[in-house]
Design a protein around this ligand. Structure first.
Ligand SMILES: Cc1cc2nc3c(=O)[nH]c(=O)nc-3n(C[C@H](O)[C@H](O)[C@H](O)COP(=O)(O)OP(=O)(O)OC[C@H]3O[C@@H](n4cnc5c(N)ncnc54)[C@H](O)[C@@H]3O)c2cc1C
Length: 412
């Protein structure tokens, strides 16, 4: 287990401290060592904070570029943009999410039908497969809520290609236990391993590669020798560039803070009239219940956001509570407003909840306004095709995000 990533504090201050500690390593050292899944941290450990925007991509990029030149930090910058690429891909092709959820249901049905498969599944999730590396990663995931990227790739490959288990059940298992569990990054990475993301191209974990990049910690035996790709029918609709509303509400509003975006201070312009703030309780995972570790992290992250909001919006009532129409209608009425504004929630359980809520609130004469962020509006349209399309545009995106000297920021 990577001892640096065995415990996590769910505050923005802890995320910023992690960023500070990582900064010296974000240049060439990261490029050289990032694939090594070893005890010394070779990667940032920022994902649980980035996932909830406790620390934003923009500020991570800004701090890294203040410390390293663009060439030295190229690899790290690329990885931060991989997140945006996956978010944009899923946002523009929602059927990927629908299909994933169908595949989870089909996987569960297969376990009910096939006792041998059900036994293999039970052994895998208990870390009892006899494959040393895999069993250790199950324990590490359960105990820490984190796995190194390379370990996630090997894990997904062994799950799907060696153990012959339904990929979507593995994705759901991992998602429910990762502190950074993310519908886009997780689902698309698993789809890539089984050949659905880049049709025909799979990822096969090899024992020598695992031994090399764990620096001898594991030398697994009995791994699959090949990884035939899965196939699926074409999507009903083509990928469509996501359209985000970037205009803040005109009049006073109730600000709803969800786990999807815990940086409410930078969501609205400083002169926006916020009459009250409602910080939501965590939203449960919809296919699998989230692990107690993830639930605690989410709850504490929301507590931290509520404390920060109280400082950022002095003299403004801040309440905690569930996201339901009744609670929000009461909060809006107490604040004397008809508009509830919230950060745009990308595809996933919170979005499902907000979509249902929008019509329930409309029936009460209230508007739920989802406000996008310029970073997403600039990067998500690059979610079509492969990562290379986005990579080519990174210098221009850094300009548009005003992250390069003498840059011409985008007018959005
Ligand atoms: C099977 C599988 C499942 C995954 N599930 C998730 C998930 O649920 N949530 C998640 O955030 N990432 C996921 N990833 C991507 C990646 O493994 C993690 O983002 C990364 O390991 C987080 O650790 P870090 O912050 O130390 O990364 P660093 O290497 O320090 O990277 C910095 C940041 O860049 C982003 N990033 C890095 N690599 C990737 C990547 N391959 N794809 C997308 N963004 C990336 C993350 O936001 C990360 O915090 C998955 C990868 C695989 C192979």
């Amino acid at each position: 287990m990577n001892t640096a990533f065995s415990t996590w504090t769910a505050t923005r201050a802890a995320g910023l401290a992690r960023l500070d500690a990582f900064l010296p390593h974000a240049g060439r050292a990261y490029a050289a060592r990032r694939n090594h899944a070893v005890d010394a941290p070779t990667v940032s450990g920022l994902s649980p904070y980035l996932r909830r925007r406790m620390v934003t991509e923009r500020e991570v990029l800004a701090r890294v570029l203040a410390r390293h030149d663009e060439t030295a930090a190229e690899k790290f910058i690329d990885e931060v943009f991989w997140r945006a690429h996956f978010k944009g891909r899923l946002e523009g092709q929602p059927e990927i999410w629908t299909r994933y959820r169908q595949s989870v249901a089909q996987g569960r049905a297969a376990l009910d039908r096939d006792p041998a498969l059900a036994r293999r599944y039970a052994d895998a999730v208990a870390g009892r497969t006899g494959i040393d590396a895999f069993d250790a990663w199950v324990a590490e995931l359960e105990a820490s809520g984190y796995l190194h990227n390379h370990a996630r790739m090997w894990f997904a490959s062994i799950w799907s290609h060696t153990l012959g288990l339904p990929w979507a059940l593995g994705a759901a298992f991992m998602h429910a236990r990762l502190l950074d569990g993310d519908p886009a990054a997780n689902t698309l990475s698993w789809r890539w391993v089984v050949g659905l993301h880049t049709p025909g191209k799979t990822y096969l974990a090899r024992a020598d590669n695992i031994a090399r990049y764990t620096e001898g910690r594991f030398q697994p035996h009995g791994l699959a020798a090949d990884a035939p790709p899965l196939e699926e029918p074409p999507f009903a609709l083509p990928w469509t560039s996501p359209a985000l509303d970037l205009s803040p509400p005109q009049g006073p509003s109730l600000l709803l803070v969800t786990e999807e975006d815990l940086d409410p201070q930078t969501l609205l312009p400083s002169d926006a009239a916020v009459a009250a703030v409602h910080v939501a309780d965590a939203v449960e995972r919809d296919t699998d219940a989230r692990s107690p570790l993830v639930q605690d992290f989410a709850r504490q992250a929301l507590d931290d956001a509520a404390r920060r909001v109280a400082v950022a919006f002095p003299d403004t009532p801040v309440r905690r509570g569930p996201i339901d129409a009744e609670t929000l209608a009461q909060a809006a009425s107490a604040a004397g407003v008809r508009t509830i504004v919230t950060a745009y929630a990308p595809i996933g359980p919170t979005r499902d909840r907000l979509d249902a809520l929008a019509s329930q609130l409309a029936a009460r004469g209230l508007t739920l306004k989802s406000l996008g962020r310029p970073y997403d509006a600039l990067t998500w349209p690059q979610g079509r095709g492969g990562f290379f399309g986005l990579k080519k545009r990174i210098p221009r995106l850094l300009d548009q995000l005003a992250l390069r000297p003498n840059a011409q920021p985008a007018l959005l």
